[in-house]
Design a protein around this ligand. Structure first.
Ligand code: GRF
Length: 217
């Protein structure tokens, strides 16, 4: 049976290792998603190289070339419309989107964050986790709402904090789990198995819910 694939845009600002995980997932014939566009708000980042290697159209839309956040987002939106994008994955995108933009894409825009949200939103996530002395951190993919790194959670992975960790070591351990959960979340949303309903992530088959937490082995 031919799978109808949702057209996805991945928006990045950097190295794009999560983008790579999504590209690798979508390379499978079984995937319900197709990455049709990559947008970076920064030129020269490695994520653009990853898109080029995968033969995916990529655009640089530099936020500082626009006089306002709204003008930047209009440019984003135009690019998304031109490619008839149906879903957005933010992956290491370091800009805050306006409530208007988010509202327009509500239920169709996902983000990944390297903590067990709602703990430690924003920047310097791993420093915050280490300063608090948590034993467990992790990562989450969520539907984006108008707040910073918040919105209904689709999936989380728990990752232990190990004695002697610094922010870089913890970040690297968590990043591995990010690469495991983002493709899974995208697949669920693209296939319609997970969706945003009344401010919560609902699953078609509640039997999928236990998979929405990955626990360290
Ligand atoms: C990831 O840890 C992501 O969760 C965070 O920024 C990092 C981006 O990494 N928001 P990459 O660009 O996907 O390699």
């Amino acid at each position: 049976m031919k799978i109808i694939r949702k057209k996805v845009c991945v928006i990045i600002s950097g190295s794009g290792s999560n983008l790579q995980a999504l590209i690798d997932h979508c390379a499978s014939e079984q995937s319900s998603a197709e990455i049709a566009l990559v947008i970076s708000n920064k030129p020269g980042v490695f994520g653009l190289e990853r898109a080029a290697r995968a033969g995916i159209p990529a655009r640089v839309i530099e936020h500082n070339a626009y006089e306002s956040r709204e003008a930047f987002e209009d440019a984003l939106d135009n690019a998304l419309q031109e490619e008839t994008i149906e879903l957005i994955c933010l992956a290491g995108f370091l800009r805050i989107l306006t409530a208007d933009f988010v509202e327009k894409w509500l239920g169709r825009i996902l983000n990944i964050h390297p903590s067990l949200l709602p703990a430690f939103p924003g920047l310097h996530v791993h420093e915050q986790a280490l300063a608090e002395g948590v034993r467990l951190s992790g990562c989450a993919v969520h539907f984006v709402d108008a707040g910073l790194d918040c919105g209904p959670i689709i999936i989380q992975a728990a990752v232990p904090v190990v004695p002697g960790d610094d922010a870089d070591r913890l970040a690297a351990r968590i990043l591995q789990s990010e690469h495991a959960i983002y493709p899974r979340a995208l697949e669920w949303v693209a296939s319609g198995r997970a969706r945003l309903v009344n401010g919560r992530c609902e699953f078609d088959n509640p039997g999928h819910v236990p998979d929405a937490l990955i626990w360290p082995a």
